[in-house]
Design a protein. Structure first.
Length: 250
């Protein structure tokens, strides 16, 4: 064979050898008559591995970009947030509900709902403010005996927020009242006051109502009574918030 043809055969073989990574992928390479596959230099193997890794990363990025397009949902800041955090969806829902309530309270506050005594009564919010009417009280209060009367401010509150000074639990629908701290008296154990469980009749602008003393009002002045909404609604109007009342033991 001439040198010219031998050179042409060698140039034809070199690209073929370089395109296979192992003898198993080369046809007839396992034949006993096949020449051994030359080893790829270490530098070239490192370059090939780097190129393969770059191709893999490029493929992953393209797949990530194409995924929302294939699913029909465009990628947004919200979808990326959900994908990034484990509880991303729950966080977004909680944030949305919080925003709704904040906006609702802002609107109600701008409309003056929380300043309206009638709405405050419906929500169970206490009437607030300083004493408006002259207060006074009379009678006797001693262990086992409570026979008193008085006059002053009549307000309302929700007794269902905790245990009362007399040690009971009640709701806004119960006919109970909190007596001012002066007439209630000061005791190491508040439920030892003779006023606890005493029956009184309260008279206001709209009529009279019978109630039981089950609590103490630390912010009420002498003669004043803080009533549950159930009692206050029988003797006064929630729109007024603070009314003039008188009371006497049953």
């Amino acid at each position: 064979m001439s040198t010219k043809y031998l050179h042409e055969e060698e140039t034809d073989v070199q690209p073929v050898v370089a395109s296979y990574s192992s003898t198993a992928s080369i046809p007839y390479a396992t034949s006993p008559y096949a020449a051994p596959l030359p080893a790829l230099p270490a530098e070239e193997r490192s370059t090939a591995a780097t190129a393969a890794a770059a191709l893999s990363n490029s493929t992953d990025e393209k797949a990530a970009i194409a995924r929302p397009l294939l699913s029909g949902a465009p990628s947004t800041i919200w979808t990326r947030f959900v994908d990034k955090y484990r509880f991303g969806r729950a966080i977004l829902v909680a944030a949305g509900l919080t925003g709704v309530f904040v906006i609702m309270f802002i609107i109600l506050g701008s409309l003056g709902v929380f300043k309206n005594a009638e709405y405050r009564g419906l929500f169970g919010l206490p009437s607030v403010g300083s004493s408006k009417y002259e207060g006074d009280s009379w009678g006797t209060s001693e262990p086992g005996h409570f026979n008193m009367g008085g006059k002053g401010d009549g307000t309302y509150y929700d007794p269902g927020v905790g245990i009362t000074s007399c040690g009971g639990q009640f709701t806004a629908q119960d006919d109970i009242v909190a007596l001012n701290y002066v007439d209630y008296g000061r005791y190491a154990d508040p439920n030892q006051s003779p006023a606890c469980g005493a029956c009184i009749v309260i008279t206001g602008p709209l009529g009279s109502a019978r109630a039981t003393i089950q609590d103490m009002c630390p912010g009420c002045q002498r003669g004043s009574v803080d009533m549950s909404p159930a009692v206050f609604g029988k003797v006064g109007n929630f729109v007024d918030g603070r009314i003039a009342i008188s009371w006497q033991s049953c």
